[in-house]
Design a protein around this ligand. Structure first.
Ligand code: GUN
Length: 283
């Protein structure tokens, strides 16, 4: 069997188009949606990520503000800046790019962002709402993964989904969203004994560990849906995910590529969350 490719670039483009329509409608009513992106320090990968996020906003009619600060910015100064953005009516979403420098506590930063502007969905209010099945911002990567799974037409009800990874930003919210869709969910992680024994039973696998070749062909049930959140480099320096794409695509039913799968969807869902924040503020 050869897996069908789930095209994250194409889906993200479609979603950006829908965002642009909603942004135009809000702007026509005098409520242009706005996103503030805050970057502390000069991590090269973070600089690339934030420039993409700002570019996405420009392409969709969302106002964006890029705040860059030196790596030695104090925690107090950052918290003060977040308080200003919380009070700024032009800004509906606030994203502080992670990781922040070591002397800054990321939990304090996340807690400082007003819950109604937490478009990353990282706050305990957003996580609690998700766990309780209440409306709130969904963390962008898992939200994007759900949209990618939707395109396969596979109904998750009663299916066995295995999430590999238990981070607060991906693994845990991913499991919550799959549970909400009535899947039977297993969360595997670094202490899991015999990962393959779990994944071989899975109708859907979401791999989010940050280690290449974590999922190989012998660990996959024929026809399964494979969502690869990983962003790693192979020995030749080429971008690759957590899944052995070449081998697994011969067994799986559906698979996301890296790059071009989950990555563009994370960015698209950030725009969706920003629009939702702006629509709530305008209503
Ligand atoms: N660093 C890497 N990905 C993300 C993300 O989605 N949000 C934030 N705030 N920081 C990140």
């Amino acid at each position: 069997m050869t897996a069908q490719l789930i095209d994250g670039n194409a889906l993200a483009k479609k979603i950006r188009g829908e965002v642009a329509e909603r942004a135009a409608a809000l702007t026509a009513r005098g409520h242009q949606p706005g996103l503030a992106v805050v970057l502390v320090g000069d991590d090269p990968a973070s600089q690339v990520y934030v420039s993409h996020k700002v570019k996405d906003c420009e392409g969709s009619g969302v106002y964006s503000l890029l705040d860059r600060y030196p790596a030695d910015m104090s925690e107090a100064a950052l918290l003060k800046r977040i308080a200003e953005l919380n009070a700024d009516p032009k800004i509906h979403g606030i994203l502080v790019q992670m990781p922040v420098p070591k002397h800054i506590d990321p939990q304090k930063v996340i807690a400082a962002i007003a819950p109604h502007k937490d478009v990353d969905g990282f706050s305990i209010q957003s996580a609690g709402a998700l766990a309780s099945g209440l409306p709130g911002f969904k963390s962008c990567t898992p939200y994007g993964c759900m949209k990618l799974i939707e395109t396969t037409g596979v109904n998750l009800r009663g299916k066995h989904a295995v999430v590999i990874g238990r981070s607060n930003t991906v693994g845990k919210p991913m499991a919550q969203l799959l549970l909400q869709a009535s899947a039977t969910v297993t969360i595997c992680h670094s202490a899991t004994v015999d990962l393959g024994a779990h994944t071989r039973q899975a109708d859907v696998i979401v791999a989010a560990v940050g280690r290449r070749n974590t999922v190989t062909a012998d660990m996959v049930k024929p026809g399964a849906v494979i969502i690869d959140v990983g962003m790693n480099r192979n020995d030749e320096g080429k971008l690759c995910g957590d899944v052995d794409f070449e081998g697994v695509s011969k067994v799986a039913g559906w698979i996301t590529p890296v790059p071009g799968g989950v990555g563009p969807m994370t960015r698209a869902m950030l725009l969706v969350n920003t629009i939702e924040a702006a629509e709530r503020a305008a209503s």
